[in-house]
Design a protein around this ligand. Sequence first.
Ligand SMILES: Nc1ncnc2c1ncn2[C@@H]1O[C@H](COP(=O)(O)OP(=O)(O)O)[C@@H](O)[C@H]1O
Ligand SMILES: [Mg+2]
Length: 318
Amino acid sequence: MGVEIQVNDLTKSFGKQLIWGDVTLTVPAGEICVMLGPSGTGKSVFLKTLIGLLKPDKGSIIIEGTDIASCPERELYEIRKLFGVLFQDGAMFGSMNLYDNVAFPLREHTRKSESEVRDVVMEKMDLVGLLGAEDKLPGEISGGMRKRAGLARALVLDPEIVLFDEPDSGLDPVRTAFLNQLIVDLNAQIDATFLIVTHDINTARTVPDNIGLLYHRHLAMFGPREQLLSSEEPVVRQFLNAQRVGPIGMSEEKDADELAAEAGQELPPLPPIPLQLDPSNGIPRRSQRPAGEWCREHGVTPPPGSFESSNAGLAPGA
Ligand SMILES: Nc1ncnc2c1ncn2[C@@H]1O[C@H](COP(=O)(O)OP(=O)(O)O)[C@@H](O)[C@H]1O
Ligand SMILES: [Mg+2]
């Protein structure tokens, strides 16, 4: 079914360094959300805070009625069982083959017999398309396979929430396209809540139901995919369309002089909104909305050419 995550007024700093403040958003049950942001904006810190690995300075994270930002360790331990996490590098044990890596959480957290463990491991390996690779070591396989093995391991305890930390980092565009399709198919199949952290705009444009953007120590915007892809808000517009003109500079936000130099520059038109990826396994996703529905409901005219199948998956400007 998936469960909702309600984040209220969340603030996190390390010492004097504020990472982000006053983050408020709801990750709806069963939906796919993407959290975007330039490198170093605290996306990984956000995920670690959601699973209670890092404590926020203030604010709450409500999951099934429990505030995991303030609950006792015992309760946190129980709530964590709802989560499956795909860490950025796959976080595989290098000396264990894929089978043992994927079996690890089952052997640690359940009392399943080895034959029950085997059934679950093989089922999840099949789900991610890795049947037959059980005996391989993580070092012997490609980055894309390692991500999928990490995903199989994230799924073995049948999570209600799956967090992905840059599943597409280090993958070529074709492997990224396969992985994105796998993510959509899995969402249809297991019906859990998915939160994907990435800075890949093609993933953000085609995969999720909702998009958030972390920028300059706050949440710049969070809402339905069509809302952000049709937004004229400068930061959102610049990031989602990979443009140089806008408040985001080479390494930090642009200063006043740089912004003044840009004033009056004609912005390129917003690219068409692509169709959202459909599941390829024939299972409908519960949360998928018809193309253009949000725009119609909100009286927003989408950029010309939006929702045409010829645009599906194309990067802006492509
Ligand atoms: N455990 C930690 N202690 C101190 N600073 C940290 C810690 N973890 C992350 N940071 C800092 O938080 C900032 C955001 O990091 P991170 O979440 O990894 O960014 P992103 O995932 O968006 O690239 C960085 O400046 C990083 O140095
Ligand atoms: Mg990160």
